[in-house]
Design a binder for this molecule. Structure first.
Ligand code: NDP
Length: 247
């Protein structure tokens, strides 16, 4: 096993350890933000700094790497940029969380995750294997469709949540559309997105990203769901956490 495979193997194991821990610990940003986790920093700019390494590192490594890239590899780069352009440059400045802060520790953890994840995925396509296969095979097509479906669900849900802030002060119970089935359609969308990316890419770094996304966002959605039930005594009882009808 070479150094890349060793790092990747460790990276794939970590989220399985984190999953049960994150179910119990409400990571303190957004609605769960609190002091006691060290110095705090601005919420909007933290989002920007957390995500910008991913936006830049993955495409740069693919472009700079010596491996010859096929069309599907370049499409994967486009999908990645599509997501991270929004997450880095639009989402942080659209959220209406004026004055809100998050612990520097969370921001640094986010930067670390995006550096490693961007590196593993970019280094693989740029320096190890740039041949992702034919664009016209069932996995690539299904994966790309899944990616865009998840992307649309994620953005629409985030927009609906952000718009709730316009309708009143503080938090409200989201209603309608997928919110009738699950507490966190935005997380559901993002889980689908990176599962689709992994299906289209069919390589281990992309799979590791899909696993990380589920193991991070599943517990976050669960924490949100529990929070909703505590905050709103009349919270609808039939809603699942993040996977409609299942969990
Ligand atoms: P939330 O889903 O909690 O909220 C999104 C935005 O809407 C925030 O600005 C939030 O304000 C506001 N909001 C949420 N619920 C309500 C409500 N009921 N009433 C009024 N306003 C509300 O944010 P997360 O931090 O959990 O996720 C944000 C995005 O980041 C998602 O798209 C998620 O998929 C993505 N993400 C991805 C991760 C990954 O591993 N790939 C990790 C974490 C997030 P406030 O912040 O003040 O609560």
């Amino acid at each position: 096993m070479n150094w890349f495979e060793t790092v990747l193997l460790i990276w794939i194991i970590i989220p399985f350890i984190l999953f049960p821990i994150l179910l119990k610990i409400r990571v303190p940003y957004g609605r769960h933000t609190k002091t006691g986790w060290g110095p705090m920093t601005d919420n909007h700019w933290s989002w920007f700094w957390m995500e910008v390494p991913a936006l830049l590192l993955f495409p740069l490594l693919v472009i700079l790497g010596p491996q010859e890239k096929d069309l599907l590899s370049w499409i994967l780069v486009l999908l990645w940029i599509f997501h991270y352009f929004h997450r880095t440059l639009i989402f942080p400045f659209k959220i209406r969380t004026k004055g809100k802060k998050m612990p520097v520790f969370i921001m640094v953890s986010g930067i670390f995750f995006n550096l490693v994840n961007g590196f593993l995925n970019g280094y693989y396509l740029g320096f190890i294997n740039g041949q992702s296969g034919s664009l016209f095979n069932v996995f690539a097509i299904a994966g790309i469709i899944l990616f865009f479906t998840g992307y649309a669900i994620n953005i629409r849900s985030d927009n609906k949540l952000i718009a709730l802030r316009n309708e009143g002060n503080g938090y409200q119970i989201p209603r309608g559309w997928l919110f009738e089935y699950i507490s966190c359609p935005n997380h559901f969308g993002e889980i689908i997105e990176w599962a689709g990316f992994a299906l289209a890419a069919r390589n281990l770094p992309a799979l590791s990203f899909a696993i990380w996304t589920f193991c991070n966002l599943g517990p976050r959605a669960s924490n949100h769901h529990e929070w909703y039930k505590e905050y709103f005594p009349a919270y609808p009882t039939g809603r699942k956490r993040v996977i409609p009808f299942v969990w």
